[in-house]
Design a protein around this ligand. Sequence first.
Ligand code: ADP
Ligand code: MG
Length: 619
Amino acid sequence: MSEHATETRGFQAEVSRLLRLMIHSMYSHREIFLRELISNASDACDRLRFAALADPALAGDGQPCEIRVDFDSKGRTLTVTDTGIGMTREEAGEHLGTIAKSGSAEFFAHLTGDEQKDSQLIGQFGVGFYSVFIVAERVEVRSRRAGSEPAAGVCWSSNGDGEFTLETITREAPGTAVTLHLKENAAEFADPFRLRSLIRRYSDHIGFPVLLRPDGGKGEYDRVNQAQALWTRPRQEIGEDDYRQFYRHVSHDDAEPLAWSHNQVEGRREYTTLLYLPPAAPFDLYNRESPRGLKLYVRRVFILDDAEQFLPLYLRFVKGVVDSADLPLNVSRELLQQDDEVQAIKGAITRRVLEMLARLAADEPEKYRTFWREFGNVLKEGMIEDPGNRERILPLLRFASTAGDDPPHSLADYVARMPGGQKQVYYLLSDNAVAARQSPQLEGLRARGVEVMLLSDHIDPWLVAHLDEIDGRPLRDIASGELELADLPPLTAATAPDDAMAGLYARVAARLPERVAGVRASTRLAESAACLVRDATDPGPQLRRLLEAAGQKMPESRPWLELNPAHPLVTRLNLLPDGPAFDSLAALLADQAQIAEGGAPPDPAGFIRRLNDWLLGNY
Ligand code: ADP
Ligand code: MG
């Protein structure tokens, strides 16, 4: 096929799907298409400036970087023109026919088919160029790549239902013009007042002038926006709404940020940061490959998206901008990796974010709860990844506890509630919060009015392995070792351990040598008959599973079986002579203890047989 011929191509299947979804679910916010077009135009100007650093000829014709919005109310058209980097024919086919975004496969895998939910996801994904088809029945993009011949222009056009065409054209100036033939019900967008207010609302912070002709005709263009990069303006001149709009620009997220922090640092190092806390976790938060990081500018020239070198991994949810006055303009990702300047800025950004979180927790607890729900598990990684900031991270952590988990508790709350004699901070690890709350392990402490933190997130076993103490009080896993409860308020006499049963424990232990390391009276239990307890040196089932999954060989270990001497089943067991009934009930108690902690008996069929024997009164 000759390169001048008109060529028709199908959209990538995902694009067609995205278009259908968007046209249906984004209708109530359809004006966002203008923000997307102006944002693309601004990106194109950024990229031209950046490319011109290496090849000044690209900025050649001396035309200023700017964005013009033209409209024709009668013809119902709207055109957004930029003098940015432009596209070749090939690029137009590639960029406006596929979805190149990383994580897009995951995005599509997350779609549920439920419009309400999917439209929220779409906001996170960033709708981009394709949003033009919410308001346009036909779209033409005329473009020419900076540095190419006028005859190497391209016209891309489509009506958004499955196909687009490419045609080579001659275009006088480099840059791009996107023309929308508006649907009948979208005529409102070919109106100067509507356009002006939308540009002010959505694009005021764009660093390039956005121009509009008040009459749409031949008159002079007006500059509509401030045309000064938001973060370069003095803080006291920036309104909350400006900050919110800018968040939409950097994050492609339609929701409102939970908080932001804007800092202009002067002195030996000179740089500006504008950091945002998003209100919701992205669908790919746990994908190590997914893009993260800040937009990097050097002296207001855009350099890189997703510069992850400025944020530790455990703060990967932060969005925003860093603008350095000291880095070289030709800095690359590889250089950023080793640069001391970058390390210093990263350290400062980390502290800023932790301060912002501390402020949010103190001043806006509701919002902090949202933050914790969305990103708490990621922040916990910081206790392991960033030992230098442990003191700052620790007060930000929240946990469920036997005192109720709504709202979640800080460690300081826990310590403040500790009764006088309590010397340790108690916790229980489990696989899920519901099992944790019902665990027999809690009974003795609950009966004594002692609070226990309930840890059921996948990262919690690691976390406690890195946390020895809180304010000088050691952390104590209540499911391992012997619980020293001497300092705590005593239990009622009826449930106190009874030495008269010592013979029983040895008899039970002799029947279950494969299953338990030993049998003893429990200080933990109040209502249940039995529970399993690990040695203090045993990593416990949760950490054991994590380590095994990571390929570590773990030594075999058998738990202790603890019995509640005040429980009628245990008293009954004590009265049974050696024989099948004794063996069966002893095994059944071990089965129960295993089930209560969320496990399964090693021999389920045997368990059912034993249970049925007792239910049928066979003994
Ligand atoms: P994003 O902006 O997030 O990359 P979009 O869907 O908005 O996604 O745009 C897709 C791609 O199309 C851009 O990455 C860019 O390569 C290209 N593009 C869109 N608009 C322009 C423009 N005005 N000038 C140059 N390239 C553009
Ligand atoms: Mg875009």
